[in-house]
Each structure stands twice: as C-alpha cells, then as structure tokens.
Design a protein around this ligand. Structure first.
Ligand code: GLC
Length: 738
C-alpha cells in the first residue's frame, strides 16, 4: 500500500498542473454575478440583453444565478450572502420594499457616485430606491396590482368593490375572484389595495402605524366576508400565491383575478387567451381605487469588486430599448414616464398607456423601514388569522399594530452601551480550564483499568464536546444577546435573560409549544398502537417474509420532504383527492380546502407523520417480538391461556423495553418536527399548525433575530433533554429490574 502513495501524489500533481495550464476562455474578463428570475420569458429576454451588453463591453462577462421567484426565500438568500460579507453576487435584483433594510445595513452601494440619470423616472418608484435621501437602487420595472376580468362573461370591469362582489356572486364559473391570499408578501400587497379602497393606510405620513384604524378594519372585514359570507373568494385562495391565482384564472375557473402585469403576457397562450382584459382595482366611496406599488430595482453589493462594471450593466438594462423589450415580451411596465408617450409603448403593451400611467401615479408604496420584513410578517400572520376566522378583523389588526409598533421601536432604539460580551468567552475558557484541571485531579485516583476505560471513551467524548457541547454553549451565549442581523448598527448588546422574558410573554411561543405537544402526543400514540399492530402482523407472516417487511418499510424510506409534498398534493385546494373523497362519501356537500382550516390542517400533518414513521416503530417492536422465547407462549398455551391473555401477560411485558425505546425515539423526533410542517402547511393557516422548530426557523432565518431565536433553540433543547433523561431513567429502572 505504502509504495503506491508517491505514485498517487505524482498523478494528482500532474492533474493539477494540467488543469491550471489549460487555456481558459477570456481569462482576463471581469465576471459579474447576477441572480435572476426564471418565470416565463423573463429569463430569455434577460439572457438576450446580457449578450448584447457583453458585446458592448468585451472585457465583461455576466454569470447569472437562478433564484426562487417568491420574494420571501429570495430575500433570505440575499441576507445570508450579504451578511457574510462576500463580494458576490455583484448585482442584486431587489424588491421595492428591501431598499431601506439593505441600505441601512451597509450592504448595498449608494449610487450617487455614478451620477445616474434618473430624471425620467416616476417619482414614487424612484422613492422606493432611496434611503436617507440617497439613491441606492435603480428602478428596473414597475409592478402595480390590477384587476383581470373575463370579457366573455361580463361586459365591463366593475367600478366599485360592491359591484365586484355582486358580479362575482353570480359568476358562472367556479370562483368569483382569485388572488394571492397565502400568508406572504403577496397578501400584504392585496391588503394595501383594500386599505386604499376604504381610505386606510399601514403607516401614516408621520410614520405612525395606523393599521388598526376603522377604515382598515372595514377593509379586512370586506376580505373576510368575501371568503366566508359572500363566498366570492374561494377558501383555497388562502394558500394561493400569485402563480396559483394565475393558474386558476387562466384555466377558466374564475371571473376576476387580482394580479401583477406579468400575468397578461403569460395568459395570452392559455385556454382563456383573447377572453380577458385588465382594469384598475376598484374602490369604495370611502377611499380611492388603489394599486399596490411593487416592482424590482437594481442594486450593487457594497463588497463587489467590480462596482463600475456593475453600474455599467445597470445603466444598460435601464435604457429605454431594453425596457420596451421587457414590456413587449414579459409585460413588465417601465419606470420611465416618457416611454408611455412613445408609439412603441402602444405596440408593446397589453395595457393601454394612459391607464397604466394613471395607476402607477396613484399607486401606494408599502412602508419604508429597515425592519419592513418583520412588520410585514407580523401583519401577514394576523391578516391570515382573520381570514381563516381565528381572530376578528379588529382584534387581528390591533394585535398586528402592537407588534409592528414594538418592532419599529426596537429597531430605532439606540445601540446599548454594553458591547458584545467578550467576558462570556473568558468565563467559558476559565470554566473549561477548571473542568480539565478537576478531571486531571480525579484521574490520579483512578485504577489502571479505569484509566484505560476512560482512555477508550475519550475520543468519543471529545467528538461529543466538539459537535454538541461547544455549539450548545455558543447558542446559549447568543441567547443572552440582543443580536438582530436586520439592525447591525445596533451591535450585539448583552441583555441577560431578556430574550427568555420576551419568549414567556409572547403568545405565539406558547401556541407553538402547545402545537408541538399536541403533535407529539397524537403522533406517538397512533404510531405506537399502529406500529404494534403492524409488528404483530409481520411477526405472524410466514410466507414472503422479506418482501412484506420491505414493503411495510417503504414509507419510512421516503425523504420527509417528498412525503410531505405527496400529502400536501392529496389535501391542497378544493379539488384535492381528500376533498373529493369527502364529497363522494356524502360527508360534505361542497368541496373543502383542508389547508385553509385551522383544525382540519392538522389532519394531513398528523396523517403524514403516522404514515411515514409507523413502519419504523413496527421495525423496532418486531425486533423485540422476535427476541421473545416461543417456549413461553407454548407453555402458556398448554396451561390453557388464550391469545389475548398471552398477549397481555407475556408479549406486552416482555416488549416493554422495545416499547420504551420506540416511544423515546418517536417523541424526541416529533418534538423537533420541522420539515413536515414547513413543506405541508407552512405552519398555517395563520400560525395554527406552527410547531416550535418552525417558529424558531422563522425567527432565525426570516426575521434574523439571532439572540431571540437562540433562546427558542435552547428551550427546545431543554424540553427534549428533560424528556430524554426521564425516559432513560425509566429504561434504566426497567433494565435493573430485569
Ligand atoms: C411582486 C412585486 C413585489 C411584491 C411581490 C409580492 O414581485 O414586484 O413588489 O413584493 O410581488 O409577492
């Protein structure tokens, strides 16, 4: 063996040499990285435009990275990259609501130094690219919420929300109105439009949160009633994002749809092509017809190594020609007002220029604040709760307003004087030295044998220390800090147990804890009962043993995410397999959207876990069953004991250790459930099925509150550790008894 090592080394060296000498294409080119969207034609137009840019700038190449189109995961990725301080991606396509956050964290470059020409830009759209009086992002395309209507089913677009309801009630298709009402940013944009229609706002001109006003309550009541009283919005829309709304509308299932302009072009190649038109969203006499202003801007990573080239690309993509091409192919509206008078606009745009311009000029911006993500999520949760009848609109908005005010106040608090607690590090070091000293002192008193034994377990102990104790200690230390990645200027002050105090006074935490306990109890009880039954059947099966066991294990072999998706498809929407089954069995007269009901959403969640993990429990119990001596059963039978008595007096007592192990494993696993809930229900509707681990994930990776999130992690750890200790005790007692 040894003699081969030099040969292997030489081969590796040679390979390295070959790789590094191989001619590289345009070696000296500057490479700009740019994450992009992949929906519809957006990607192909951009590819074309980037090729033209490269031809114009021979020294620059653009490498694109495909990104999720949903704003929430995209934002999460950006924050992870930017917070890590890496120089890539150079260019960022950002949502209009992110400027304040990315700029105040110092993650994107102010563009003033490039003296961009922004004279021909809608003022409101330009405002979305500004923070603290400086321009940080260049408008790329504008999104405004619009009403799509079926020209073959109604003869004109509704002029008011009342008219919309009236017409939608008589719709000759499945649904009156579809829109994006899943718990997400899309729901906030829809709400902004309803708010405007009723004369309300999220934040007023003075920056005060006014989302709990009477007008806002009326707007939310309209939305709730549209679902539950007038039944013009289907319940399944509570899990729709923009794309699902488009699918329902383009498949001819809805009379009206609220969506962005991008949907127009895509639907021209759909079953309803030529049978729909677009109009401004209607209003009420109390307010004004309102469109939410959305859209995308282009910004430069503050750490980019090629800011000049990146700006050259921004400048190129913002030229009128590229914007008109984008309009013609993807239907996305340009932010340059002058283009709306250009004859090419009329040719390119599916929406008449004057109408589009009017809507943009009146469009409502969402609040601009570095903590927009957090205040928006607070609003999303309460809106969704109100729409699923878990809270009244007034209670929902008042709770949302309180949370939003608290987050805004927290973010504007000046950095605390106490800087990051290095003393905690010192304390940990001293504790470690004391522990090692104590161990060494104890080691003197050990016999030779004991020393050898300790020597043998030492490597395992070191590994456990490295991978469990160290991260756990760091997480605990983190939980004593107020560390908010969204407000990096505030530093990382030590706050003692304040995060735990906040946890104790947060209803969402207690609810998540209750959900976790409920989920764990239901799943473990069902799994142990069904697992036992399955194990008994498998044990009794004499023929095709191998195959039956393999088949029974199949669900367990599937990755949880796949299993979760399968169960979601079975229960999602009102045309799901599960809904059809209810109707076919006569249990309901009309379709039922399981995932839009706070209690019904638990059914697929628990069923999926039971389906997936029962085989695992069965396998554990089967091992226990096979270790029971058949002679015991034989003897009992001879003594006249029937199968039930034998099961109760022989099988069950001897199976106890296996049962305890199964219980322990399953309970610990179920208590930490994350992936199943994340994929299947997303914790919704509202937060009705949110377990602790999902709440923790959202706090850490969406809200980016690392201190508070770490406190939740520690609580999860403490609960599972206590439970495990109790179980191990019980098991230990069992063993000694035997
Ligand atoms: C669109 C809009 C964006 C908005 C998002 C909500 O992408 O451009 O501004 O936040 O939809 O889903």
């Amino acid at each position: 063996m040894e003699s081969r090592e030099p040969v292997r080394f030489t081969v590796c060296l040679a390979l390295l040499a070959v790789i590094s000498c191989a001619p590289r294409e345009r070696d000296d080119a500057v490479v700009l990285t740019f994450p992009v969207s992949a929906v519809g034609e957006e990607r192909s137009i951009l590819a074309r435009q980037l090729r033209r840019f490269e031809d114009e700038h021979p020294g620059v190449r653009v490498a694109t990275i495909e990104m999720p189109d949903d704003p929430d995961p995209r934002h999460q990725l950006y924050v992870q990259w930017l917070n890590a301080g890496v120089s890539e991606p150079d260019l960022l396509q950002i949502d209009v609501i992110w400027t304040a956050e990315l700029a105040s964290a110092g993650w994107i470059l102010p563009l003033d130094r490039f003296a961009p020409d922004v004279r021909d830009t809608f003022p409101r759209v330009l405002e979305a690219g500004r923070h603290d009086g400086r321009l940080f992002a260049m408008p790329w395309f504008v999104d405004v919420g619009m009403l799509y209507w079926r020209t073959d089913l109604v003869d004109h677009a509704p002029a008011s929300l009342d008219e919309l309801t009236a017409r939608a009630r008589d719709a000759r298709v499945d649904h009156g109105l579809v829109l994006s009402a899943a718990r997400g940013e899309g729901l906030v944009t829809v709400f902004v439009e309803m708010l405007g229609a009723y004369g309300g706002e999220i934040v007023d001109a003075r920056g005060e949160v006014v989302v709990d006003s009477d007008a806002a309550v009326r707007a939310l009541e309209w939305m709730r009633d549209a679902i539950h009283v007038d039944r013009v919005i289907p319940e399944e829309a509570l899990s729709f994002r923009e794309e699902q709304a488009r699918f329902a509308f383009q498949n001819g299932r809805a009379l009206f749809m609220r969506n962005w302009p991008y949907a127009y072009r895509l639907m021209q190649a759909s079953p309803i092509a030529g049978r729909f038109a677009v109009a401004p969203m209607p209003g009420t006499p109390d307010g004004a017809p309102t469109a939410a202003l959305g859209g995308q801007l282009l910004a430069i990573n503050a750490r980019s190594e090629h800011p000049d080239e990146a700006f050259a690309l921004i400048e190129f993509l913002s030229r009128p020609e590229q914007m008109l091409e984008r309009l013609a192919i993807a239907g996305q509206l340009p932010p340059r007002p002058s283009l709306y008078d250009d004859p090419r606009f009329a040719e390119a745009s599916p929406i008449p220029a004057h109408e589009a311009r009017e809507v943009i000029l009146r469009a409502a911006l969402r609040p601009s604040t570095p903590v927009y993500g957090e205040i928006s999520r607070a609003l999303q949760i309460h809106l969704h709760r109100a729409l699923t009848n878990q809270e009244s609109p007034r209670a929902a908005l008042s709770a949302a307003a309180d949370e939003m005010r608290a987050r805004l106040a927290h973010a504007s608090r000046p950095p605390s004087a106490a800087s990051s607690a290095t003393w905690l590090g010192w304390l940990a070091l001293v504790a470690a030295i004391v522990a090692v000293g104590w161990l060494a002192w104890r080691a003197r008193a050990l016999t030779r044998e004991e020393r050898v034994a300790w020597g043998l377990v030492l490597p395992a102990l070191l590994v456990i220390a490295l991978f469990a104790i160290v991260p756990l200690t760091l997480t605990f230390a983190e939980s004593l800090h107020d560390h908010d990645l969204r407000a990096p200027w505030r530093g990382r002050p030590l706050v003692g147990l304040a995060n735990y105090g906040e946890l104790a006074s947060t209803p969402r935490f207690w609810e998540a804890l209750a959900h976790t306990v409920l989920f764990t109890t239901c799943c473990v009880v069902l799994e142990v009962l069904l697992g036992l039954a399955l194990a008994l059947v498998l044990d009794a099966t004499r023929r095709w043993r191998g195959i039956t066991r393999a088949m029974a294990l199949l669900p367990w072999a599937l990755p949880t995410v796949v299993a979760a998706l399968v169960w979601r498809f079975l229960f999602e929407g009102d045309r799901s397999f599960a809904s059809d089954a209810l109707v076919a069995l006569g249990l309901r007269d009309e379709p039922f959207a399981f995932l839009s009901h706070p209690s019904a959403a638990w059914i697929p969640l628990i069923a999926a876990d039971v389906w997936k993990t029962t085989p695992f429990v069965a396998l554990l119990l089967l091992a226990g069953l096979t270790s029971i001596d058949p002679a015991l059963h034989e003897a009992a039978r001879v003594d006249g004991a029937g199968p039930v008595r034998r099961f109760v007096h022989i099988t069950l007592p001897l199976l106890r250790p296996a049962l305890v192990v199964a219980l322990l494993f399953r309970a610990l696993d179920a208590f930490r459930v994350f992936d199943l809930a994340y994929v299947l229900t997303g914790g919704g509707p509202g937060t009705a099925t949110e377990p602790l681990a999902l709440y923790d994930f959202q706090t850490l990776f969406s809200d980016l509150r690392f201190g508070y999130g770490s406190a939740i992690s520690i609580v999860i750890f403490a609960c599972t550790a206590i439970f495990a200790l109790v179980c191990v005790r019980v098991l230990g007692a069992e063993e000694t008894r035997r």
